[in-house]
Ligand binder design. Sequence first.
Ligand code: PMP
Length: 456
Amino acid sequence: MSDFVIDESHLSRTQEIFEKRQQVVAGGESSYARLSSTRPIVMTHGEGAAFFDADGNRYIDWCLGYGPMIFGHRPKPVVDAIVKQITEGGMMYTFPHELDYEVGRKIVQAVPSVDLVRFANSGAEATQAAMRLARAYTGKDKILKWEGGYHGFLDCHALSYHPPLDVAGPERRPYTVRCGSGIPRVMEECVVTGTYNDLDGLEHIVREQRGELAAIICEPIMANAGIIPPEDGWLDGLRGICDENGILLIFDEVITGFRVALGGAQQLYDVMPDITCWGMALGAGTPAAAAFGGRKEIMDVETRNEVFHGSTYNSNPMVLAGINATLDILINDTERVYGHLNKIADAMVHGMRKVFQEQGVPAQVQQVGPMWQVFFGQEKPVTRYRQARHSDMLFYHHLQMECQARGVYFHNFYLERWFSSTAHTQTEVDTSLEAIEAATRTVKERLANLPAMPGH
Ligand code: PMP
């Protein structure tokens, strides 16, 4: 492996652009999740499994826009379809067109629980619409979510996402905690918070709520607190409790949909929700690719226009062209695509476990198909958000900085995750593992005399 390290001397242009944008963009970023970046990256372009910064440095990308880019950067069939649509048809219609039939048909064909869909402009809009639909269908107001789970940044979602544990109440019956200021206190009254992978706790909460819950919204695989897979019986148990109590089950498959399998996590685990939300992989990186859908009987509330849902940009042909091209590949080449995504992820997970084991670094590398995360300082598998939260964030943070300096990028927050794409090959795996090995050695030495820092 080369000794080349991307330090300040190779980041002058990056630094200059980064600083000047702080003068016009508040905080220099337009999304809270990106503010945590340690050493700034100013990106100029992406290419397959990698991207380049303003100084020409190349980074192997295991973050992939937080997940969407299942074919890597600039996948030609998707880019070509969007360019053709823009140049020959236009960006916006706000009239019916055939693409929404084509894309809708493909989603319905791919996802087992879905008869009808509606398009949205972001994962947050899709989950908001799904929650409103559930409220309209059941006539009830309250929604249950898991502590640590993320569904968007709107008032209805920005609750108990990574809450500080000193204000979060008991794990069996967590308090609902607003994320930062500006969210009306009243939102705490319509969102109840539970714990992923805790069936007893869930039964207790459902009893306590005495028929007031419209829906449970959740990621079937918890992918916003690192990667926490469902324990045996959890998803079936969840489905059963919803059925027994007249509660709708919403699967937020914004991350998992079209990523862990063509039919998403519901296909992988064979548990069917009532409503599903998609974003991210749906358009392989096409911005604003999002939708929700469900059984006909429920979606007919939308059909009858009894629930308020809309947006100027919903189902615009530019985005749908990107989704359409993505779904064509995923549907026509299912085995090859998911086989490759999993093969690359397996090789990374195997290699990372080996590095940490050989260097005596306690770590759990947890994976579901093409997504994984490493929890440092953990001796046993991580099954709950609060356990994930107690992982060694300092080690993770330093490892990320060292890897970034060696041209290997993953998000620097210990509760994000890594993704593979069809553009990654064994070469990227080998280069990344070499960098991780060297970085781990460096970080171990650096932190040797410091106590591990628990989750913030
Ligand atoms: N749901 C989940 C599970 C997500 O991870 C995200 C985004 N991280 C969203 C919803 C919101 O999606 P968007 O950022 O497109 O609004």
